[in-house]
Design a protein around this ligand. Sequence first.
Ligand SMILES: Cc1ncc(COP(=O)(O)O)c(C=O)c1O
Length: 381
Amino acid sequence: MIYLDNAATSFPKPEAVYRMLDHYLREVGANPGRSGHRRAVEAERLIGEARRALASLLGVSDPDRIIFGHNATDGLNIALKGFLRPGDHVVTSDLEHNSITRPLTGLEKKGWITVSRIASRAGFIEPAEVRSALGPQTRLVAVTHGSNVFGTIQPIGEIAEVAHAGGARILVDAAQTAGVAPLDIEAMGLDMVAFTGHKSLLGPMGTGGLALLPGVDPEPWREGGTGTDSSNPLHPRNYPAKLEGGTPNAAGIAALAEGARYVARRTPEAVRRHEVSLAALLRELVAGDERFTLHGGGDPSRELGIVSFTVRGYSPNEFAAALDEAYDIAVRPGLHCAPGAHRSLGTWPDGTVRVSTGPFTTEEEIRDAVRAMREIAAAAA
Ligand SMILES: Cc1ncc(COP(=O)(O)O)c(C=O)c1O
């Protein structure tokens, strides 16, 4: 099997992630913060360590400002629904994943907020375009850090400066970049950053959340049990409990810490360079073959290990199915939950075939995959 769908979720995970999941489920097992027995204390300790590992990797000095939730979608919803108030204006882009687009469109349709969607150019959001979309009511700029379709890394520090100069905060969707691109949240002044655990942080699915700068204070969107202050009919105001109602995915979070430690040891930039070099190899091997059209890409210093392409004679779905069925090669076809990016690319409505490399992808796998791609392309009617 050749797994080239790491932008959907990374696979395989580092061994330590599997070991921690097994250890937690068999030997810890308890609900963190809910009881005083030794296993509950150990569960709480592991979650505290996970917060510290994530805070250190992402450049956050107070680990309590790392909020754990289900995934990036959850982190984005906590931010958007907890931060925005009626009458706010939001600036976003056409590159966004549905996890930003849908909550914003939902709030817009209810008449609570207004939204400006700026057009990207060749996969990049221009800070100047953000500046011209700001208005007196703009309270938030909500944009992706890494496009899951083009693989382009956005100039997020500059966009943050522009947002702040206009009196707005920035919410960054780091689903594709946390663990694999330069992300120093405090140094870059990123007010709210949603991350997912199961992609480049190499943890299990059902983990992720939101990192917050001091002074950024969304209202809780999900209220409930926290194991503390139980007689209070209102949700606690202290971090991280304020934004973490309900039993967490404790085994997943403990295992996520192992993924984050693996990435920290190897360094996100080294992982990115590995992934981008293999994506570049794939581009190089199909360049000049006119049956393949490569979309986006071209500047490895500002990219992730993602290659989007279309193939003459095949829909993306047909081509990906052929790779799977005949060669056991996993890639992702379609719109990748980011329809605006495909409109911008000109690949709407069928989308593209997306190959995404990971920290364990090898050169041999890329060469084998390209051989399979050529054989399938040659069989087109
Ligand atoms: C850019 C981007 N944002 C958000 C998400 C949502 O991530 P999750 O499904 O982990 O919530 C994804 C997942 O593919 C993504 O690529």
